[in-house]
Ligand binder design. Structure first.
Ligand SMILES: C[C@@](CO)(OP(=O)(O)O)[C@H](O)COP(=O)(O)OP(=O)(O)OC[C@H]1O[C@@H](n2ccc(N)nc2=O)[C@H](O)[C@@H]1O
Ligand SMILES: Nc1ncnc2c1ncn2[C@@H]1O[C@H](COP(=O)(O)OP(=O)(O)O)[C@@H](O)[C@H]1O
Length: 274
């Protein structure tokens, strides 16, 4: 048996620089893994079976689960024909801009690489991961990173500052492909140097935000509610949304920020180095 934590990510800023001929978009983004995670365990088994549960232990059915696709890609890449029973406790909101599916795919590759003794290194796992989704290579890498290309070019940042995050999901869902489909070239950014301080990051943006707000107007309300909280330096959407976050001046402002938010929202706070 092998167990792995599959961490969610947020995009602290996300600029779209252009569109490739295959329809994929070129990014310039600061990706950060957060502590919120799904819990994945893989057991030796004949055939491939995946079961998902929510935080209350109730069965969850996700059609076309990317976990199966990840397991099959690994079998194809290595020629290994072993099976597995994979159990996942799903804590990350689905279709939320938090890479919930991508991180499960990354964790599946990692866990099965060990369970099946494939012996692949991270670079090889990231190459297989890219064929599953643009976010998967970063989910294998983790941490805080400058991400470009369509998601496959990953390098270290030079920020080294503590960041206090309020992360909010209001329960709506958006599909990444729908947001990119509605994105227009006027929303693209010109290439700029990668920021080195939080003050510089505050000046950047998420180029998908206005398209996502058009598709899901409640995101605009979430952003203005976060912006108006005491101590909020800036509020922004993560990925293609609808999850949004606020960056706060310090931990005290961060803890106070959650007092007056709607109880039905998914709320997560964390202070971490980026
Ligand atoms: C927008 C981002 C930012 O981190 O995150 P999410 O909002 O999904 O979390 C990612 O680029 C999402 O990556 P991921 O969710 O893995 O995307 P994929 O499954 O590969 O692609 C879904 C669809 O999104 C579009 N897509 C995705 C990535 C990219 N760089 N350009 C694109 O145009 C494509 O139309 C593709 O068909
Ligand atoms: N293991 C999985 N976890 C979450 N979503 C999954 C999974 N497998 C497939 N999906 C599908 O992937 C889509 C995007 O989900 P997700 O990765 O959570 O979005 P995002 O990348 O925006 O955070 C959803 O429509 C969902 O049905």
């Amino acid at each position: 048996m092998h167990s792995i934590s599959a961490y969610a990510k947020i995009n602290i800023f996300l600029e779209i620089l252009g569109k490739r001929s295959d329809g994929y978009h070129l990014l310039n983004s600061l990706f950060v893994s957060i502590g919120l995670h799904d819990e994945l365990s893989a057991f030796e088994h004949e055939g491939l079976i995946c079961e998902m549960y929510d935080q209350y232990g109730r069965r969850l059915v996700i059609e076309n689960n990317i976990i199966y696709k990840a397991a099959i890609k690994l079998q194809e890449a290595t020629g290994i024909k072993s099976g597995a029973y994979i159990s996942v406790k799903k804590n990350i909101p689905v279709a939320a801009g938090l890479a919930g599916g991508s991180t499960d795919a990354a964790a599946t590759l990692r866990a099965l690489n060990i369970l099946w003794q494939c012996g692949l290194d991270d670079f090889q796992l990231m190459q297989i991961g890219l064929s599953l989704g643009a976010d998967v290579p970063f989910c294998i890498h983790g941490g805080a990173a400058q991400v470009s290309g369509i998601g496959e070019q990953i390098s270290q940042t030079k920020i080294h500052e503590k960041i206090h995050l309020l992360i909010v999901n209001n329960g709506t869902q958006l599909l990444t492909k729908d947001v990119f489909k509605h994105l227009s070239a006027k929303d693209f950014s010109a290439p700029k140097p990668f920021p080195t301080t939080i003050a510089q990051i505050a000046e950047r943006k998420n180029d998908l935000e206005s398209t996502s707000i058009t598709l899901e107007p409640s995101i605009g309300n979430v952003l203005s509610m976060i912006s108006n909280l005491d101590g909020c330096m800036f509020a922004r959407m993560s990925g293609s949304g609808p999850t949004c976050f606020g960056v706060f001046k310090d931990e005290i402002y961060l803890q106070n920020s959650i007092q007056n938010l709607p109880k039905s929202w998914f709320i997560y706070t964390e202070s971490l180095f980026i």
